[in-house]
Write a protein that binds this ligand. Structure first.
Ligand code: SF4
Ligand code: SF4
Ligand code: SF4
Length: 165
């Protein structure tokens, strides 16, 4: 395991882990890590604490800590031009309800719906059962508020395969 990590470190593969979410509006992941000086100015500027120093000291999003408010303080703090202008879409994410979801297990819960400001999470009634969560992908902005809002941490957010940024 240690040898694998060492090889990854030497080959630079650790920089491009596909499960890592970089800050909103940040450029294509390989360009981002190539240009980022790891100064942590963006992390220090982040108003919610959702942006942390991840693997290698590069900034990454951790939705288990907080949500992103799209304040753009991270982008404004960066002296290297690693962020797209505000008129671009900040990111494209996929929200998944995993098997830990209480409603999927037959227990009444709508906490994620309550924490979603854009009303992207709705609950579809099920005959003789508990209402099930559904996602309106067009309404979801990928803010991550539902992750911390879920009592069982059942929601996982990942980068969309179609994410060009
Ligand atoms: S937009 Fe604001 S809340 Fe979101 S990661 Fe950047 S600084 Fe943090
Ligand atoms: S402010 Fe820019 S250069 Fe500094 S760590 Fe953040 S993204 Fe990297
Ligand atoms: S990521 Fe944000 S907008 Fe999308 S479902 Fe969760 S709380 Fe709602």
């Amino acid at each position: 395991m240690a040898e694998l990590s060492r090889r990854r470190l030497l080959s630079g593969q650790w920089r491009h882990r596909s499960d890592v979410i970089r800050p909103p509006w940040s450029c294509e992941p390989s360009l981002f890590t190539a240009g980022c000086t790891r100064c942590q100015d963006c992390i220090n500027a982040c108003e919610t604490g959702v942006l942390i120093a991840g693997s290698g000291g590069f900034p990454e999003i951790n939705f288990q800590l907080a949500e992103c408010t799209f304040c753009r303080k991270c982008a404004d703090a960066c002296e290297v031009q690693l962020f797209y202008p505000p008129q671009y879409q900040p990111w494209q994410h996929v929200v998944t309800f995993t098997a830990l979801c209480l409603a999927l297990q037959g227990v009444e819960c709508r906490s994620c719906q309550d924490s979603c400001e854009t009303q992207a999470i709705r609950f579809r009634p099920r005959l003789g059962g508990i209402a099930q969560p559904t996602l309106d992908t067009a309404a979801c902005n990928g803010c991550g508020a539902c992750v911390v809002g879920c009592p069982t941490m059942a929601i996982v957010i990942t980068r969309s395969e179609n994410n060009e940024q």
